[in-house]
Write a protein that binds this ligand. Structure first.
Ligand SMILES: Nc1nc2c(ncn2[C@@H]2O[C@H](COP(=O)(O)OP(=O)(O)OP(=O)(O)O)[C@@H](O)[C@H]2O)c(=O)[nH]1
Ligand SMILES: [Mg+2]
Length: 655
């Protein structure tokens, strides 16, 4: 049976990542050896290598309960087991979000986070680190009964007093249990993490199964981080129910989130298509009905009809377990798998390139500019030295004077450079201070005090408004400083470019726009939260906690990122120029030495010319290697025998 599309694509992708890692490792060695290992490239390589090592792709499956999400996961990823891996059933089945992945550093197991942790303030990220809190159940891969039995835990519920359920923030999702009046039923676990073994998972695939109802939206980290960051999100609806009011609510809340930047990778699955397979109709008639329903779904959700896939997860699973090729094709699962594989890998790759490869490439551009500039300078020196041999002593004397004059002029401009650099550092301080973690902590601390001390909802809402006013003000200060500094850096660069004929790559600039856009989105969400009647109705303590978990946590993340970006930029923005200035000074001294030399000995001039020629050739080789490496790094499609090619490209020159 084929689960080939996904496996194949993921294998190619892993190969591509391995290849990238290899190129980067060789590049690092080569740069060190050639003395070209700048701090910018060092940072970019370290970041990219880490990102490539940690990388995985995530598929998240969301939708209302009983639409067949879990069955779809079984059919798409785990049909080679020949049994139903994850439990599915009519009614609510998956009680807590379930992550499935492979971590070879420990034996397979199921970890469960008790629902009671919702009573604590700790975030999910913190709880993930707190090992003893989790219940850990070992899994025997050779014993399918034990495996299935263990996985049934995901369905567990428990009875708690209604008040406790409310304190857990589950007041609206818990069902009233008939037996005990004041007790309500809540999921027993908050999150399940299944460390499993499977060829797809071993390629770095993570699968996130979620429960229906609004269980996901009660976990802010799931809603705002895990879901938007998944490379593919499958939204499952049922062909038997059509799109219901609650499907629509989940779509709005989880997929079209107002405060989250929309990313690619949403696929809508119209499941249970087999309920339309009416035996009294012809195949063509059935096909038409299915297509019509897909179009209707697309229309209601306001998406392209090509984003809707009609499948039967159940028939797909049965077909794959029983090796029934025809039924498998009819189930629509293979087509969905093909598109899913494409979406996953393309999105992931694009992100890796955007977030890390581009930084390495930009660092390489700067090194290229540096080497080109060295080459240009050496060639000029060689040319001048060559010309000197035909010149009279008086002419050489004249040139000597000119060179001394150049050096003096250069010395004067160094003073100006130092002044601008001091100005740059001063602006940098204001910038960093405006968005510093301690300033942020103060603002958040004050907001917390105001919110918890507020007697009325109006006071609470006012505190929320005030927090964003403070935050936006700080961002504004930072953004103004960035603009000032941009002007300053440009001016310094221009001066050295025009006055001293330096060849400089465009200086890297800092932009906080991306962070400001993110912040605006969170602000919008904060406004929705602030104005929602629910906030007025919710007990103040819970409203504040929820506000901190959903809004403030994200503000903190954006701020910290902006701060670290700014800090990194400040440390490296003038590096290229400083390096150039240093080399320029050496070149000027060298020029003077050459002039003096030319007046003395012909054979020494010849020796010097030969050595210049060797140096030029070395620089030309460096340039070629840099250009080739840049090209290979930007290649997105893995090529079968490209591994050898890279090895040669990077190492031959250094041999
Ligand atoms: N006819 C038909 N039934 C299906 C199909 N897929 C799932 N089902 C049935 O629908 C019911 C719900 O399936 P699940 O996979 O548990 O649904 P879910 O969306 O994971 O539900 P929750 O875990 O409660 O959120 C089960 O009884 C499945 O057998 C399908 O393609 N066709
Ligand atoms: Mg389920």
């Amino acid at each position: 049976m084929t689960i080939g599309d996904l496996t194949g694509q993921l294998q190619d992708f892993s190969a591509w990542k391995q290849q990238q890692l290899q190129i980067m490792e060789q590049l690092e060695n080569w740069l060190k050896q050639e003395g070209l290992y700048t701090s910018q490239v060092q940072r970019a390589l370290r970041y990219a290598t880490l990102a490539l090592h940690r990388d995985h792709v995530t598929v998240a499956v969301v939708g209302e309960f009983s639409r067949g999400k879990t069955e779809l996961i079984n059919a798409l990823f785990f049909s080679d087991h020949k049994f139903r891996l994850l439990p599915t059933d009519a009614g609510r089945t998956t009680m807590c979000p379930t992550e499935i992945f492979q971590d070879n550093s420990e034996p397979p197991c199921l970890r469960l986070l008790p629902i009671e942790t919702r009573l604590e303030e700790a975030s999910l990220a913190e709880l993930l680190e707190n090992e003893p809190l989790w219940e850990k159940l070992p899994i025997d891969l050779d014993d399918s009964d034990q495996l299935i039995e263990t996985l049934l835990k995901i369905r567990e519920q428990k009875l708690v007093p209604r008040e406790v359920a409310t304190n857990m923030g589950l007041g609206d999702v818990s069902q009233i249990a008939e037996e005990v009046e004041a007790m309500v039923s809540v999921p027993a676990w908050r999150l399940a993490r299944l460390n499993y073994r499977h060829p797809l998972l071993s390629q770095g695939l993570h699968v996130l199964d979620t429960p229906g109802l609004n269980a996901v939206s009660s976990e802010p980290e799931l809603t705002y981080e895990m879901l938007p960051n998944a490379q593919a999100r499958l939204f499952v609806v049922g062909a038997d129910t059509g799109i219901t009011q609650s499907d629509m609510e989940m779509w709005q809340q989880l997929i079209r989130q107002p405060g989250v930047r929309q990313r690619l990778g949403v696929m809508v699955v119209l499941n249970k298509a087999d309920t339309l397979w009416d035996e009294l109709r012809t195949e063509v008639e059935i096909q038409k009905i299915v297509e019509r329903q897909c179009r209707e779904v697309a229309e209601i959700l306001n998406i392209d009809p090509n984003q809707v896939y009609a499948v039967s997860a159940q028939k797909g699973l049965v077909a794959r377990v029983k090796d029934d090729y025809q039924l498998e094709q009819r189930s629509g699962i293979p087509e969905l798998e093909k598109q899913l594989a494409k979406t996953l890998v393309e999105n992931r790759q694009a992100l890796i390139v955007e977030q890390s490869t581009e930084a390495v490439i930009s660092a390489l551009w700067n090194i290229e500019a540096l080497v080109s500039s060295r080459l240009k300078r050496l060639r000029k020196q060689a040319r001048e030295l060559d010309e000197l041999s035909t010149k009279s002593e008086a002419a050489i004397d004249q040139l000597l004077k000119q060179a001394q004059h150049d050096k003096a002029r250069y010395q004067a401009s160094i003073q100006a450079y130092k002044q601008s650099r001091a100005e740059f550092t001063a602006h940098g301080k204001i910038l960093l201070d405006a968005i510093s973690p301690s300033r942020l902590d103060t603002m958040i601390g004050e907001a917390y005090k105001r919110m918890t001390g507020a007697w009325t909802t109006i006071g609470l809402k006012e505190a929320m408004r005030q927090l964003f006013e403070d935050i936006n003000q700080q961002m504004e200060i930072a953004s103004n400083q960035t603009q000032e500094m941009r002007r300053l850096v440009r001016a310094i660069y221009r001066r050295f470019q025009s006055q001293h004929d330096m060849q400089l790559a465009e200086p890297q600039m800092l932009s906080l726009i991306g962070h400001q856009v993110e912040l605006n989105l969170v602000h919008q969400e904060s406004e929705i939260f602030r104005k929602s009647p629910l906030t007025t109705l919710t007990e103040q303590h819970f409203a504040v906690r929820r506000y901190f978990q959903t809004i403030v946590a994200r503000v903190r993340k954006i701020f910290l990122q902006a701060h670290s970006d700014a800090k990194e930029w400040l440390e490296t923005a003038l590096d290229a120029l400083t390096q150039e200035i240093h080399e320029h000074r050496t070149a000027l001294s060298q020029q003077l030495a050459d002039l003096k030399l030319s007046g003395r000995s012909r054979s020494m001039v010849r020796q010097r010319l030969a050595s210049l020629d060797r140096e030029c050739r070395k620089l030309e080789d460096q340039l070629e290697t840099l250009q080739n490496t840049r090209k290979t790094l930007t290649k997105s499609v893995p090529e079968k025998d490209s591994k050898k090619l890279h090895l040669r490209v990077v190492s031959s020159r250094s041999a």
